[in-house]
Design a protein around this ligand. Structure first.
Ligand SMILES: Cc1cc2nc3c(=O)[nH]c(=O)nc-3n(C[C@H](O)[C@H](O)[C@H](O)COP(=O)(O)OP(=O)(O)OC[C@H]3O[C@@H](n4cnc5c(N)ncnc54)[C@H](O)[C@@H]3O)c2cc1C
Length: 280
């Protein structure tokens, strides 16, 4: 173990639990595979200050159309309805200039209530949005950042690029299908914000070593670096192993979050990316 590996601190902020009934007011395709859904609803008290924040989105049952979600109990806790099926998935909240909540859905086409809902969305559709329950802020004191992920993490990557100071030295490694997907982040690139696009082509999402190869190839200047990756859990395992085991970087400077898992519905992102090394 490299005991001299630098460390970083990240502040955590808790938010009051809230479940917001939201109505679709519009949608548009940012790229051929990323659909932005704009929502209206009670946004008072909505706070989201961490780049990797998520909300839990509750969807209507695909057959019955019934929508069920937890409620805030009188004591402020969570009250879950009994005897009904709750259908939820995690998404990255975006708030537009008008203060409206927007969610960007990757139209992955592999079934699933969230992807299917987004593919058929229309004005007036309703969902419930819980959270974010807390925010993990960007680290302070890092000299440079390497941020990476696949389409599921593009919204989070856009948040990182907006939240980090203009002067921050950032390299983004983004795995996508092809050049048509680049418009999603391209406008956030800059002199000290380099975006490396990794085209998967006809390979299925979650099956390539593109992110690992790019992480291995990325320049690591002096000073303290911070690495954040979000995406398919299996593809992030070797990324994390490289950073934590081979480079012996401190856990506080590396975050790899399994946003989904190939062949698994509703993957729990709290599950360790590397079950043999579950510390982070
Ligand atoms: C913190 C966090 C934030 C997230 N933010 C976003 C976001 O802003 N936008 C976004 O699009 N996703 C985001 N995701 C990922 C999203 O929650 C998952 O992709 C989710 O599984 C989609 O649900 P589903 O109902 O469409 O598919 P599921 O029912 O979960 O899965 C059905 C099938 O689809 C496959 N699948 C699921 N997701 C993908 C994918 N991304 N690519 C290819 N195949 C897939 C599964 O492996 C499974 O075989 C986030 C996840 C986390 C943990």
């Amino acid at each position: 173990m490299n005991l001299t590996s630098p460390t970083l601190t990240r502040e955590r902020v808790r938010h009051e639990f809230a479940v917001r009934p939201m109505t679709v007011t519009g949608w548009r395709d940012i790229t051929p595979r990323m659909r932005r859904v704009t929502l209206a609803g009670p946004m008072e008290g909505f706070v989201s200050t961490g780049p990797g924040d998520h909300v839990k989105v509750f969807f209507p049952h695909p057959v019955t159309g019934e929508l069920h979600a937890p409620r805030v109990a009188p004591d402020g806790g969570i009250e879950r309805p009994q005897g009904v099926e709750l259908i939820s998935r995690d998404y990255t909240p975006l708030v537009n200039d008008r203060g409206e909540l927007e969610l960007d859905f990757f139209l992955h086409g592999d079934g699933g209530p969230a992807g299917d809902w987004a593919a058929r969305v229309s004005e007036g559709d309703q969902i419930d949005v819980a959270g974010p329950r807390g925010s993990k802020l960007a680290p302070t004191g890092a000299d440079w950042f390497v941020l990476g992920g696949d389409e599921s993490a593009l919204p989070a990557l856009s948040r990182w690029l907006r939240i980090l100071p203009e002067t921050a030295d950032v390299t983004v490694l983004a795995e996508v299908h092809d050049a048509d997907d680049e418009a999603y982040l391209a406008h956030l690139a800059g002199q000290n914000r380099r975006i490396t696009w990794l085209h998967r082509g006809d390979a299925l999402p979650g099956t390539t070593a593109l992110l690992e190869d790019a992480a291995r190839a990325v320049a690591r200047p002096g000073g303290v670096g911070f690495f954040w990756f979000g995406g398919e859990a299996g593809t992030l395992k070797p990324v994390r192993r490289y950073l934590r085991r081979e480079l012996e970087l401190d856990a506080s400077t590396v975050e790899c979050s399994g946003y989904w898992k190939r062949g698994e519905a509703n993957h729990d992102h709290h599950a360790p990316v590397d079950p043999e090394d579950p510390e982070a």
